[in-house]
Write a protein that binds this ligand. Sequence first.
Ligand code: ZN
Length: 279
Amino acid sequence: MPELPEVETVRRGLTGLVKGAEIEAVALPYPKVLLSNPAAFQEGLQGARIEAIDRRGKYLLFRLSNAQTIVSHLRMEGQYSVEPVGAAPHKQTEVIFTLADGRDLMYNDTRRFGRMQLVATGTENEVVPGLAAMGPEPTEDELTLPYLRTILQQSHRRIKPFLLDQSKIAGLGNIYTDEVLWQTKIHPETLTDQVTASQVADLRTNIIEEMKRAIKNHGTTVHSFSNVYGEVGKFQNQLDVYGRAGLPCKRCQTTLEKMKVAQRGTTYCPYCQVKVASK
Ligand SMILES: [Zn+2]
C-alpha cells in the first residue's frame, strides 16, 4: 500500500504533468471506484481546470477551478498515468480524464480498492470520514512532542497498530512503522503508555526524518508502486528491517524476525527491540 512518501511522490509528479490542464470529459470504465454519483461526477468535471494537487495523509486532493475537489485514495495499488493523445486505456483503467490538450489522465487499479469522490472544496474535512478523523501530518511543525507524548500516554494499545492508526498520525503504513520502531529500538508490541520519555522524543524525530528521506528518494517500491512517469521509487534500497526478515540486523547482526502484530506482518530485531514486561 502506498504510504505518505509514495502518495507525495505521486502528487509531485501529477503537479508537474497536469497542473493547469482542463478536463474536457470523463469516462468511467469502472464506475464503482466512485463514492459519488457517476453522472454528477462526470458533469461536475466538464470544463474544470486542475488548479493544484494537494495531499493530506494518504489522500490526494485535486483542486478544481469550479470550487470542487476530487478526493482520491489509492489504497493498495491505485496508480495514475498520463497518456499521449490516442493511447489505449490499460486493462485496469477505472477512470479516464480526457484533457483539453488531448492527453488522457488515467486512474488504474489492479486491486480495485482505491476510491474517488467529488466534493465542494473546503468541505472535505467534514464529508470524507477518513479526512475528518485524520491526525497531524508527520512533520516538525504538526507532530509536536507534547502531542505525541500525550496520545501515547493516554492509550494502552500496542505501539505498532497505534502508529498505523491514521487518526493518531497521518500517513504511516506497515513499511515505515517497522522502520521507525527499529530505529528507536522499540518492540512492536510495547504498550504505548510504557514508551519512555526519551523514546518518545526519538520516535518523533525518527518518524519526521524517515518521511523526509523517503520522499527525497521518491518512496519505496513494493509490488507495483511507480510514480506518474512510470519510474520506481528507490527507498527500498535503504530500508533497515522491512522485507529483511531472516537477514542480519544492520546494528547488531542478530537475525531479524517476522511476527504478526494486529494481523500485520512485522519485522523486528529480537535483540535491539526488547519487549518490556507488561505492567
Ligand atoms: Zn539488532
